[in-house]
Design a protein around this ligand. Structure first.
Ligand SMILES: Cc1ncc(COP(=O)(O)O)c(C=O)c1O
Length: 365
């Protein structure tokens, strides 16, 4: 089988429903249907438009200056957008260049499809920032797709507008497209760089309802790109999902109508949680981290350089508290912590993490 399970999804599938406290999620608090107060009785349950409902695409397109609904394809989460783009824009001879660490689909899709996958490491010592010289050095005539994620999951770093423009210049001078995963862009603390797709027809922006809006269960994401790329992705999707859930699309449309009411308070809450987390880290001698500059996740590591796997397993199994071990990102001395949740859950999770750390250390003596 070319397709192997992703370690991160195995971890989620195994533990996310077994825990009492979740300080590992990468989005804001999940919402319920009741929170949204929707009237869905008029919704026809027929197949949806293959690129997504026109009114939803119109609404999404408003965030992409210079682009229209024709440049939007709504997908089954950002995951399907990424997979379809790798399938549509690269062939077996082509090389894919992916920033690492990253949400694993960005490289697993290429590996599963037998593409040549090359990595662009983000280093702790550099604050997990993008190394432009390294990127330039790694782009070859065979590179067909460069994939970056900013704000980054799990590192919490973000590219500047100036860096993004420099990346786009490199892409325009190459044979490659740029896939910028902007899943966490709406959770930036300051004004984020413009969406990549607004800067060049060779740049694609990918995003989703899953993280900033707290509704991963509706499985709605999208990409913004040239019409040619939108058409190429539609061709891939027609063999996999055909169209999206019309219920998911309607919910996404309703939420996006209210995004200006929702996002500022969501950002305020996550910044307040970030201060709690900073206070907690200041008292830790066994952990160090790069303070996140955007998004809702941080990626601490054990100062000793030991693997955090045992700690994460103890935390989840005995203390019923969920974090994500760094080994699922191939960085075992790290773990991912999420702070998009309600304050009381974060505080409870950190207190259980304190206990688990103490127990884990005493076991290792
Ligand atoms: C950077 C990034 N891209 C894509 C995804 C997939 O999101 P979705 O739920 O929209 O498929 C995730 C999920 O964690 C992510 O972190």
């Amino acid at each position: 089988m070319a397709f192997k399970r992703m370690a991160i999804e195995d971890w989620f599938d195994r533990y996310q429903y077994q825990v009492e406290v979740n300080i590992g999620e990468s989005g804001v608090k999940f919402r319920t249907v009741g929170d949204l107060n929707l009237a869905l009785n008029d919704l026809g349950l027929r197949y949806g438009h293959h690129r997504g409902a026109p009114e939803l695409r119109e609404s999404i397109a408003q965030d992409y200056r210079g682009l229209t609904a024709e440049n939007i394809c709504v997908t089954v989460g950002a995951s399907e957008a990424i997979f379809s783009l790798v399938a549509a824009l690269t062939g077996p001879e082509g090389q894919v260049l992916v920033e690492h660490p990253n949400y694993p689909t960005l490289y697993e899709a290429g590996l599963s499809l037998d593409r040549q996958v090359e990595f662009l490491p983000l280093r702790y010592e550099a604050g997990f920032g993008l190394d432009l010289a390294q990127l330039e050095g790694k782009i070859t005539p065979k590179t067909k797709l460069v994939m970056l994620t900013h704000p980054n999951n799990p590192a919490g770093s973000i590219i500047s507008a100036q860096e993004l423009r420099a990346v786009v210049e490199l892409i325009e001078a190459s044979n490659a497209y740029l896939l910028m995963d902007e899943t966490y862009r709406d959770l930036s603390y300051d004004a984020p760089p413009p969406p990549a797709a607004t800067l060049s027809p060779k740049a694609i922006s990918v995003s989703t309802m899953s993280k900033a809006y707290g509704v991963p269960g509706i499985r709605i994401g999208w990409l913004a790109a040239s019409q040619e790329i939108v058409d190429a992705v539609r061709a891939v999707r027609e063999q996999v999902t055909i169209c999206n859930s019309v219920i998911g699309e309607r919910i996404a449309w309703e939420i996006l109508k209210q995004k200006q009411q929702f996002l500022p308070s969501a950002r305020e809450a996550l910044l307040a949680n970030l201060s709690v987390l900073k206070g907690w880290f200041a008292a830790q001698s066994d952990l160090e981290w790069v303070v996140p500059r955007a998004g809702v996740v941080g990626f601490p590591r054990l100062v000793s350089g030991a693997s955090a796997d045992g700690l994460c397993r103890l935390l989840v199994e005995k203390y019923k508290t969920f974090v994500v071990p760094g080994s699922v990102f191939q960085m075992p001395e790290y773990f991912r912590i999420g702070f998009g949740i309600e304050r009381h859950e974060l505080v409870e999770g950190l207190s259980r993490l304190d206990e688990a750390l103490a127990e884990w250390k005493s076991q290792r003596k």
